[in-house]
Design a protein around this ligand. Structure first.
Ligand code: HEC
Ligand code: HEC
Length: 274
């Protein structure tokens, strides 16, 4: 944005124009546009992205999908959504490979992310989902590409990350069993990895005290996990190291508590390189 005299110039991404707002025009501010190039083609994916950022689809127009999922990713905050009952806040998820990993949501309460798009309009924006817009958002998911991790060195795994990969793929630790690389680092299954915590209290059966989902969460995909701290469904760990050092995550399958701190650092370096 630039202000020159009483005019404000704004770069407009979706229309590929510079919008000029005359702030002293009588009545409403007057807006004119300067085309920067040929009018861009609004492909379905681009229309989907536009809708993603558009709060006018929300009742009372105060939030959009991007409010919690900036850049179609996660803002890293916990929200108590209606999809799985109240009183159990969850960390916002990224849309990277969301269409590939099923079921959707941490607890797997939606069959897939396409269904979750419709439910997002209904239960978060409190509006009637428009099928065409939902289809455009599906296209935006399909075209969403992960960006390279800053932990890579010249686009390659660092030496530490290579050692970490060997641990990840080893029989003894076995991260790959639930997070197989071939399917976006998720087996698409629900597992109890001993992560039910304080914030999941409302999921307890009041009679038995047991978690009504049997303590299970869907294995999350791991691409771009370097940019989605804090970790686990309730965002309890800010640092990836703590997922393994404190949380001993993976211990029910491999001997994670037998890893030295240096091995954990290598494993973390690998995971953050994905
Ligand atoms: C108020 C914050 C908020 C807003 C606004 C929001 N979401 Fe979400 N979204 C979340 C949270 C939190 C989760 C994780 C919830 C869970 O797993 O139970 C999530 C999860 C999802 C998922 C599941 C992804 C996966 O891989 O499991 C999809 C798809 C999704 N949101 C789409 C949308 C769409 C579409 C909109 C707009 C119509 C939207 N969200 C608006 C907070 C929000
Ligand atoms: C038994 C299946 C299973 C095994 C084995 C397993 N994971 Fe997980 N992983 C999960 C599940 C389920 C979650 C989600 C748990 C939660 O959020 O409460 C998860 C979460 C994670 C997360 C957090 C992702 C995020 O977005 O917050 C990372 C990172 C991770 N696993 C890496 C690993 C590594 C590295 C190993 C090996 C040491 C491993 N996992 C072993 C199933 C598994």
């Amino acid at each position: 944005m630039a202000v020159i005299g009483t005019d404000v110039y704004l770069g407009a991404y979706y229309s590929d124009t510079v919008d000029v707002v005359d702030t002293v025009a009588p009545g409403r501010p007057r807006v004119s546009t300067i085309a920067v190039g040929p009018a861009p083609v609004l492909t379905p994916a681009r229309r989907g992205e536009l809708a993603w950022h558009d709060a006018s689809y929300c009742m009372q127009q105060w939030q959009s999908c991007a409010s919690c999922h900036p850049d179609l990713r996660s803002d890293g905050l916990n929200r108590d959504l209606m999809n799985d009952g109240m009183g159990n806040p969850k960390s916002a998820k990224s849309m990277i490979y969301a269409e590939e990993v099923k079921p959707a949501m941490w607890r797997g309460v939606r069959p897939d992310s396409y269904y979750a798009i419709r439910m997002g309009f209904q239960y978060i924006l409190f509006s009637v989902p428009n099928e065409e817009i939902c289809k455009d958002i599906e296209a935006a998911f399909q075209e969403l590409k992960p960006i390279n991790s800053p932990y890579l060195v010249n686009g390659q795994l660092s030496e530490a990350a290579k050692r970490g990969k060997a641990i990840f793929d080893s029989e003894a630790i076995g991260c790959y069993k639930c997070h197989p690389a071939a399917t976006y680092y998720s087996d698409g299954k629900l597992h109890n990895v001993n992560t039910v915590g304080q914030l999941d209290k409302s999921d307890e059966n009041p009679d038995t005290g047991e978690d009504k989902y049997n303590g299970r969460f869907v294995t999350p995909q791991l691409t771009e996990v370097w940019r989605t701290s804090p970790y686990l469904h309730d965002g309890r760990y800010v640092n990836m190291r703590d997922v393994f050092l404190d949380g001993k995550h993976g211990n029910n399958v491999g001997k994670v508590d037998g890893l030295t701190e240096k091995q954990v650092d290598d494993l973390v370096e690998y995971v953050l390189s994905l």
